[in-house]
Write a protein that binds this ligand. Structure first.
Ligand SMILES: *Cc1c(COP(=O)(O)O)cnc(C)c1O
Length: 360
């Protein structure tokens, strides 16, 4: 069986060596030493000024929206994971969907201004598959209209634009460290901001708003992550380069073997490098794609229509809206298996099957 993704696991000893300390200290959660250490190490690796390790990428988005005190309308992308939209609604704001760019599959910056009204408070965009949004353009639009910017960087671990971390753009960026992501802490998320005041506010929010044991500074929730999750994050750091190299190798193999396959790839930001978090292809038509999905399934090879359907046209709690590029793209996009344990031979087999279906 070949799944579309498979969580990376370090050697059991790598994880185990953190457990002794947890037992000795009897400190299991609440910003413990391992969580602290993970934050310090991630700050250095990602080259960001401040970050907070939180329970997951969804809570990270909720905290970002809350900390920026957003209300009214938030301009966002319909081509993302459901959490990008659901957190907006959860925080009592209204998502306003703007169509995507057919090359990058990110929100089309050229279409943002037309969607701005006097109720717009922010732009929440996703770096889809880790491919950076047009961050310069979005920054200019936000400045001109006095809007806040949040980036959902759940896929963008390790991505840089012009040598600068992608997480340094916008007022707040978030990342997911979920088990299925490129780098993970089983469950986990990051909130990243350059602004020390926002950082402080977010840190209060993460811990019920406590400012000392008998004092409250903010409205808060519980977004603290545990020492056990931090331990997995720390154990996985050792493998970052290995994971990257393997995914790069597999992705290039797909590129090479699928040269004659009638599907295109998203076009990457010219000042940035792929982190190989996913291997998406965009078919010329849905019919061939569905045939491929079924055929691969008969060999126990699983792919995923990621993202499908459009968030603007499927959620029961938002007004339906058709957006031509998003609708056309989400119907024809498919992520092929990509994970650390996948072998070159398996990639070759998947490609052979795809070509056979196409040429039949
Ligand atoms: C995974 C993901 C999230 C949610 O992250 P969790 O850690 O699973 O809560 C949000 N946005 C995008 C784009 C994602 O892929």
């Amino acid at each position: 069986m070949i799944p579309v993704t498979k969580p990376f696991l370090p050697l059991k000893e790598d994880y185990g060596k953190y457990l002794d300390g947890i037992w000795t200290r009897n400190w299991l959660t609440n910003m413990g030493p391992l969580a602290n250490d993970l934050e310090l190490k991630l700050k250095e690796i990602l080259k960001v000024k401040h970050l907070l390790f939180v329970t997951n990428g969804t809570v990270a988005l909720q905290m970002a929206i809350k900390a920026l005190e957003l209300e009214g309308e938030i301009i966002t992308t319909p081509f993302s994971f459901v959490a990008t939209t659901s957190t907006i609604v959860w925080e009592n704001c209204k998502p306003v969907f703007v169509d995507i760019d057919e090359n990058s599959l990110n929100i089309d910056a050229n279409k943002i201004e037309a969607a701005i009204t006097d109720k717009t408070s922010a732009i929440l965009a996703t770096h889809v598959y880790g491919n950076p949004c047009d961050v310069e353009r979005i920054e200019k639009i936000a400045e001109k209209h006095n809007l806040k910017v949040i980036y959902d960087g759940a896929h963008a671990f390790g991505v840089e634009v012009n040598g600068k971390s992608i997480f340094e753009f916008g007022d707040i960026s978030t990342c997911s460290l979920h088990a299925t992501k490129l780098y993970h802490s089983i469950e986990g998320g990051l909130v990243i901001t350059k602004d020390p005041h926002l950082l402080k506010k977010l840190a209060y929010m993460r811990n019920f708003g406590f400012d000392g044991p008998e004092k409250f500074a903010e409205l808060g929730l519980n977004a603290k992550n545990s020492e056990f999750h931090a331990a997995m994050g720390l154990a996985n750091l050792k493998y970052l380069e290995k994971i990257h190299q393997k995914r790069k190798l597999l992705s290039h193999r797909y590129d090479e073997k699928l040269r004659t396959f009638k599907a295109r790839r998203p076009i990457w930001h010219s000042e940035s490098e792929n982190n190989f978090s996913y291997y998406p292809i965009i078919f010329e038509n849905e019919e061939l794609m569905l045939k491929c999905i079924e055929n691969l399934k008969s060999y126990e090879i699983f792919t995923r229509r990621y993202f499908y359907p459009s968030l603007a046209d499927s959620l029961p709690y938002v007004e339906r809206k058709q957006l031509s590029v998003t609708d056309q793209t989400s119907k024809r996009v498919l992520c092929l298996p990509l994970y650390h344990d996948l072998t070159i031979e398996e990639v070759d087999m998947i490609c052979r099957l795809l070509l056979r279906i196409q040429n039949n």
